[in-house]
Design a protein around this ligand. Structure first.
Ligand code: ZN
Ligand code: MN
Length: 271
């Protein structure tokens, strides 16, 4: 299930002749949007990008799709969901920058004939800015038949899917930063990048229920993980990745088929 090596899925690996031939088959084209962001003492800065790229390649290998080079920098890391910008190595883009990048890539892909486009998020803070980019692209592309989906890999998971990792209850997606789920996925998808001996407990920190600008370093655990990563496992990560890929393949296939049908019947709303 977790093998994307069989098919050529990276658009950047193709020649223009091969790219043109692949686009003629109206494939799903995925743009992973990650981050360069601290991920505790045990995961690399590119964690969000790496997970999004790998999942996108697995989806593409199952759907004869293509994966574009990722956007490897993300929207501002926040203390309540990513640790914030006080850690060395986190490079935040302004929201407007991400919106422009996403808008331009969608517009360019549309120009070459792509009509099924997926922004696959690896970093939660990118959500509103990538949606904005898709809306602005559609405003320019109205009538060209482009369909865009913006989705984070965690959006397809049900509480029951992650429950086995959390005998004491799931702390929520905001705190799931460099914690058990991301660590499990990295142990499964990029094991050589995980510093096993650095997976340890985190300080208990209760951040206030507001966003501080600037944000004090004391607002987050000094290790960088927002919740305890201990208990993560490669086996669970494999299982979770398989569930995510299955759901994405099903949901995207159904959505694009329905959207195309609606478009042919003249029912497509103006963006
Ligand atoms: Zn992350
Ligand atoms: Mn992130």
């Amino acid at each position: 299930v977790l093998d994307s090596s069989q098919a050529l899925v990276r658009a950047a690996d193709l020649t223009w002749v091969e790219y043109r031939a692949r686009i003629e088959a109206d494939p799903i084209v995925l743009l992973p949007v990650g981050a360069l962001e601290q991920h505790g003492q045990h995961l690399p800065l590119e964690t969000d990008t790496r997970i999004a790229v790998t999942l996108a390649e697995l989806v593409a290998s199952r759907t004869a799709g293509l994966v574009l080079p990722p956007i490897a920098y993300g929207a501002r890391s926040l203390p309540r969901s990513g640790g914030g910008s006080t850690f060395p190595g986190t490079v935040d883009l302004d929201g407007a920058t991400i919106t422009s990048l996403v808008r331009d890539v969608i517009r360019e892909q549309a120009r070459h004939g792509v009509t099924r486009f997926v922004v696959l998020l690896g970093h939660g803070e990118n959500d509103p800015y990538t949606i904005e980019g898709a809306v602005l692209a559609q405003r320019e592309l109205a009538g060209r038949g482009m369909q865009v989906v913006v989705i984070g890999w965690w959006h397809v998971l049900e509480p029951a899917d992650v429950a086995p990792l959390f005998p004491d209850g799931f702390p929520g997606w905001d705190l799931e930063h460099a914690a058990r789920i991301e660590t499990s996925l990295m142990l499964a998808l990029a094991p050589a990048t995980v510093r096993h001996d650095q997976i340890g407990p985190v300080d208990a920190v209760a951040p206030p229920p507001f966003t501080m600008i600037p944000s004090p370093a004391s607002a987050v655990p000094s290790q960088g993980s927002l919740a305890d990563p201990r208990g993560a496992s490669a086996a669970f990560g494999q299982q979770l990745a398989a569930v995510i890929v299955d759901r994405l393949v099903d949901l995207l296939g159904q959505h694009f088929d329905a959207a195309k049908k609606e478009e042919r019947s003249g029912g497509r709303p103006i963006p």
